[in-house]
Design a binder for this molecule. Structure first.
Ligand code: FAD
Length: 439
C-alpha cells in the first residue's frame, strides 16, 4: 500500500507522521540524527527543542494558547507529550526538553505503521515520485537545501535568527537574585537579577560595544523582529531594553523593598531548574564576550554557561507562491512542506503545520475529503497566511489574532474579544474533527 515519506523528525515531521499513522496510513520517517547533527541540534531524540524550552502562553485568549488547544482537540502528539513533560513556568507551557523528546520518540518508534530510517536525504528527486512531506526545518542540511533550490528555483530563501544563552543554577549568586514572577503571577517560576541605574548603565555600555560573530549574511538578510539579538535591540536606545525584556514592572527587590531600574529574568530550562535561560537574550556576541558582558548582570558574576547564545540559519521557502492551504506544492500534488521551512515561526506553529499537512496527506491517499481550512481557527489562519500572504517580502510568522477572521460583533475589551474568537475557533475545530472521522 502507499506510504507517506516524511523527511525530518523535528516538531513538524513528528506531528505529521503521527497524524498519518493514526489514520491507518503507513509512514517512513527519515531523520539524519544521530549520524549527523545540524549546528543547533545535539540530542539524539526526535522533536528536539533547540533553544527555549517554552511553548509560550497557555491561556486561549493568547493566540499561541489557542493554537495549542486546537491541536489538543485534533489529537496532536506534540501537545500530548508537551502536557506530559510540563514544568512550571507561570502562564506559559514550558517542558522538560528531554522528557518531551523521549515521549515523542517512543510513540513513533513503537507505532506499528511508522518505520524509521536514520539517514540524511540529500536529493529530493526520487521523492517527487512518492507521497512526501519535507520537514527538515530551519537548518536543513546543505545537500538537501541545494537539491530543493534546484527544484524550486529562485523563490527559495533564507535568513538568520539568534538564540539565548543558558546558565547553571549552582553557579549563580543568590545574595543578589530573587525568585518571583511579574505581579506575583505564577509564583516563583522566574529568577530575577535586579539592576540599579548605575549597573544598567555599565552593562548597557559594555553590551553595545561588545564584539560580535562575523555575520555578513545576517546583515544582508536583516533581523526578524520576533527574535532580535539583545545587542541589536540595545543599540536602538539607552532605555529600549529597560522598557522591553528587562522591564522591572511588577517586581520588587526584597533586599531594598524597591522596584529595580531594570531586571534580567532567568527561566527554568528543565524540571529540576538546574539550568536557566536568560529571557530575551538571544545574541550573536562572541562566546568570550557573552561571558564578560553577561557576567556584569548582578548574580551572574561567576555564571557557568551551559550553552552560549548562537546565531543560526533559518531556511524557508516562498510559500505564498509555492504552496496551497494544505502546505502542498501547487505544482506537485503529492509533495507537501511542513514546519519552519514553510515560513511558520516557532515550535508550536511548526507542529501545527505538520498536523495539517499530515492530515491532508493521509486523506489524499485514502481518497477521503480534506478538512476545510478556515481562517476562524488558528491552525487554518496560519495555513492561509503562509499560502496566500500578499506581501512582496514574505516573512516568517508566529500565530497571532491579526491573521484570523475578525468577529462579526464588536467587543471593546481585548481579552474578551480574544476569548470570543477562541470559542468560535474551538467550536469549528470540533466540527472539523467530526467531519473527518466519518471518512
Ligand atoms: P526541526 O525541529 O529543526 O526538525 C527538522 C529535523 O530534520 C531535524 O531533526 C533535523 O536533524 C532533520 N534534518 C535536517 N536535514 C535533514 C536531511 N537532509 N535528512 C534527514 N533529516 C534532516 N522556536 C520557538 O518557538 N522558540 C525558540 O526558542 C526557538 N529557538 C530557535 C533556535 C534556533 C537555533 C533555531 C534554528 C530555531 C529556533 N526556533 C524557535 C524556531 C523553530 O520553532 C524551531 O526551529 C523548530 O524546531 C522548527 O521545527 P521544524 O520541525 O520545522 O524543524
Amino acid at each position: 500500500s502507499d506510504a507517506v515519506h516524511v523527511i525530518g523528525a523535528g516538531l513538524a515531521g513528528c506531528e505529521a507522521a503521527f497524524q498519518i499513522a493514526s489514520r491507518g496510513v503507513p509512514v517512513r520517517l527519515y531523520e539524519m540524527k544521530p549520524k549527523k547533527y545540524s549546528p543547533a541540534h545535539s540530542y539524539p531524540g526526535f522533536a528536539e527543542l533547540v533553544c527555549s524550552n517554552s511553548l509560550r502562553a497557555a491561556r486561549i485568549s493568547n493566540a499561541v494558547g489557542l493554537l495549542k488547544e486546537e491541536m489538543r482537540r485534533l489529537n496532536s502528539l506534540i501537545m500530548r507529550e508537551a502536557d506530559a513533560a510540563e514544568v512550571p513556568a507561570g502562564g506559559a507551557l514550558a517542558v522538560d526538553r528531554y522528557a518531551f523528546s523521549d515521549g515523542i520518540t517512543a510513540a513513533l518508534r513503537n507505532h506499528p505503521l511508522v518505520e524509521i530510517a536514520e539517514e540524511e536525504i540529500t536529493n529530493i528527486q526520487p521523492f517527487l515520485e512518492k507521497y512526501t512531506i519535507v520537514a527538515t526545518g530551519p537548518l536543513t542540511s546543505d545537500a538537501l537545501s541545494e537539491s530543493l533550490r534546484k527544484l524550486l528555483g529562485q523563490e527559495y530563501l533564507h535568513f538568520f535568527d539568534a538564540a539565548a544563552p543558558i546558565v547553571t543554577r549552582e553557579s549563580l549568586d543568590f545574595s543578589r537574585i530573587f525568585a518571583g514572577s511579574r505581579y506575583g503571577k505564577g509564583g516563583d517560576d522566574y529568577l530575577n537579577c535586579p539592576m540599579s541605574r548605575a549597573e544598567y548603565e555599565a552593562f548597557y555600555e559594555a553590551l553595545i560595544h561588545a564584539e560580535c560573530v562575523e555575520q555578513k549574511e545576517f546583515e544582508q538578510d536583516g533581523v526578524f523582529e520576533g527574535c532580535m539579538p539583545v545587542e541589536v535591540m540595545a543599540k536602538r536606545g539607552f532605555q529600549t531594553l529597560a522598557y522591553g525584556p528587562l522591564k522591572p514592572v511588577g517586581l520588587t527587590d526584597p533586599r531594598t523593598g524597591q522596584r529595580p531600574f531594570a531586571v534580567v529574568q532567568l527561566r527554568k530550562e528543565d524540571a529540576a531548574g538546574s539550568m536557566l535561560n536568560l529571557v530575551g537574550f538571544q545574541t550573536h556576541l562572541k562566546f568570550g564576550e557573552q561571558k564578560r558582558v553577561f557576567g556584569m548582570i548582578p548574580g551572574l558574576e561567576q555564571a557557568e554557561f551551559a550553552r552560549y547564545g548562537v546565531m543560526h540559519r533559518n531556511t524557508y521557502i516562498n510559500s505564498p507562491r509555492l504552496l496551497d492551504e494544505y502546505y502542498r506544492l501547487r505544482e506537485r500534488e503529492n509533495v507537501w512542506f511542513a514546519g519552519q521551512m514553510t515560513g511558520v515561526e516557532g515550535y508550536v506553529e511548526s507542529a501545527a503545520s505538520g498536523l495539517l499537512a499530515g492530515i491532508a496527506a493521509a486523506q489524499t491517499i485514502k481518497g477521503g475529503p480534506l478538512p476545510e481550512v478556515s481562517d476562524e481557527t488558528a491552525i487554518g489562519a496560519l495555513a492561509r497566511y503562509v499560502s496566500s500572504s500578499a506581501s512582496a517580502d514574505f516573512q516568517p510568522m508566529n500565530i497571532n489574532f491579526g491573521i484570523m477572521r475578525p468577529l462579526d460583533t464588536r467587543i471593546r475589551r481585548k481579552e474578551e474579544r480574544n476569548e470570543a474568537i477562541a470559542e468560535r475557533a474551538l467550536a469549528r475545530v470540533e466540527r472539523i474533527g467530526k467531519n473527518e472521522s466519518t471518512v
